[in-house]
Each structure stands twice: as structure tokens, then as C-alpha cells.
Design a protein around this ligand. Structure first.
Ligand code: PGA
Length: 250
């Protein structure tokens, strides 16, 4: 197990500017210890500049929920790595299942996005992978995770001392209130770890996160798994008290 740990909030499209600012104001009352566990918040793009000022003196970094695979040019509605770096983000979520499902993001597109984030000097990618309910029922989890990793990682030239976070998020556990069973998480984390071994990852630091209905009630049990270096949290991350309670369990 790596020594760092991460509590990452994916606010999706839940909070507007005022709600985001109110969250940070409430959250600022809590004590954070970066050496113990790093807090990253991924708000909507529009809130990022407002929050950056507020989190400046707190142990919190900001990330984007998505990124363009392109560097610059005529790509209406897209945001590049340069732009989010300039905004002050240091993290970027890539390949979230909601992007795959609702915006038709393919493994190929996700591999291009991952490469563009991985190759920056300032950004750390948070790659999301996971199987759907049907894939799980058909016993295809291992194959699906393998294919997603193969596609994403084959495109990378690994670098020494670069961080890469991989979030295992079973699609059927996201936003459903039903997290994966601890034995299932452990088994699938081992599959992911084994699969990564086939790549020459040099001294790239690869951390594994779990995501999918993480709550203050199940965080302690899941975080006790050796394979887990952190959480990617959706619904429970928009309430400062619940989010802090999860953070404290690491
Ligand atoms: P959830 O979302 O915690 O609401 O299940 C997790 C995610 O989408 O990353």
C-alpha cells in the first residue's frame, strides 16, 4: 500500500456557485491534515475561480470533472488542460461512468484524455473504470476492467514520480446507495493491481481509489482494505459534515 491517501469529492452538477461557496465556508471549520489524507474537490467549472481563493489557505486542491483531449483550437464548449491548469486546478477526473454513459465517451477517447492530462507537468489524472450491472451479472467484470485499463494505459509513456490515480467505480454502485460488498471491492482491486503489473510503469506512483455510494457508514470498513488508497465520493461529498466524517475515517 502506498503511504498517501486521498478523499476526492466529485460534485457533478449538484452545486451552484453560492452553494459551493457555502460548502467551503462550513468545511473550513474542520481541521485537515494533508500528511494523513489529501482532500481534492472537483466542482463545476464555473465555481473553480471562486473556490480557489477560498481554499488557498486550507489543505484542499481543486480538480476538473472532465477535460478535452485537445490542446487548443476550434472545439466549441471544451476546456483544455492548459486552461484548467491556468485556473489553478491540479487534478482531473477522466472517464467517469456518467461521461461514458450520457456523453458516449469511448475507451479510445478516454485514453486520449488520460494521455493529455498525464503529459502535463501540473495535473494528476484520476482515471475512472468500472463494470455495469449486466457486465457484473454476466461475470464479465475482469474482462471489462482489463479492457478499460488496457486501452487507457497502453497509450501512456510512464514517468518516474508522476502520480496516477485509478478509481474503481462499479457503475451499479454509483448514486444508488448500494456500495459494492467489501469482498467484491477487494477482489476487483486485486484484479486491477495484477493487471497494472503488465505495464512498465517505471516509478510512476499509482494509487487505487474506490467510488460508488461511499458514505460515513461504510467508509471505515472499505478504507480498512489494504488495496485502497482513497475514495472518489459523489452524493456524500456535497454535505460538508458527511464529507468530513468520511475523511476522518482514513
Ligand atoms: P456516489 O458517486 O458517491 O454518489 O455514488 C460516486 C461517483 O460518481 O464518483
Amino acid at each position: 500500500m502506498n503511504s498517501k491517501c486521498f478523499c476526492i469529492a466529485n460534485w457533478k452538477m449538484y452545486l451552484n456557485n453560492i452553494e459551493s461557496i457555502n460548502f467551503i465556508k462550513k468545511f473550513s471549520k474542520f481541521e485537515l491534515n494533508n500528511d494523513k489524507c489529501k482532500v481534492v474537490i472537483c466542482p463545476t467549472y464555473t465555481s473553480i475561480p471562486l473556490l480557489l481563493d477560498l481554499v488557498k489557505n486550507m489543505n484542499i486542491s481543486l480538480g476538473s470533472q472532465n477535460i478535452s483531449q485537445f490542446q487548443t483550437g476550434p472545439y466549441t464548449g471544451e476546456i483544455s488542460t492548459d486552461i484548467i491548469e491556468e485556473l489553478g486546478c491540479r487534478w482531473s477526473i477522466i472517464g467517469h461512468s456518467e461521461r461514458r454513459q450520457f456523453f458516449n465517451e469511448s475507451d479510445l477517447l478516454i485514453s486520449e484524455k488520460l494521455k493529455s492530462v498525464y503529459d502535463t507537468s501540473l495535473l494528476t489524472p484520476i482515471l475512472c473504470i468500472g463494470e455495469t450491472l449486466n457486465e457484473m451479472k454476466d461475470n464479465h467484470t475482469k474482462k471489462v476492467l482489463g479492457n478499460q485499463l488496457d486501452s487507457a494505459l497502453s497509450n501512456l509513456v510512464f514517468k518516474n514520480d508522476k502520480d496516477l490515480l485509478i478509481a474503481y467505480e462499479p457503475v451499479w454502485a454509483i448514486g444508488t446507495g448500494i456500495s459494492a460488498d467489501i469482498n467484491v471491492i477487494s477482489k476487483n482491486m486485486k484484479i486491477i493491481k495484477d493487471f497494472i503489473k503488465k505495464f512498465d510503469t517505471k516509478n510512476c506512483n499509482i494509487y487505487l481509489l474506490y467510488g460508488g455510494s461511499v458514505t460515513e457508514d461504510n467508509a471505515s470498513e472499505i478504507s480498512s482494505l489494504n488495496e485502497i488508497d482513497g475514495f472518489l465520493i459523489g452524493s456524500s461529498s456535497i454535505d460538508p459534515v458527511k464529507f468530513y466524517s468520511i475523511y476522518k475515517q482514513f
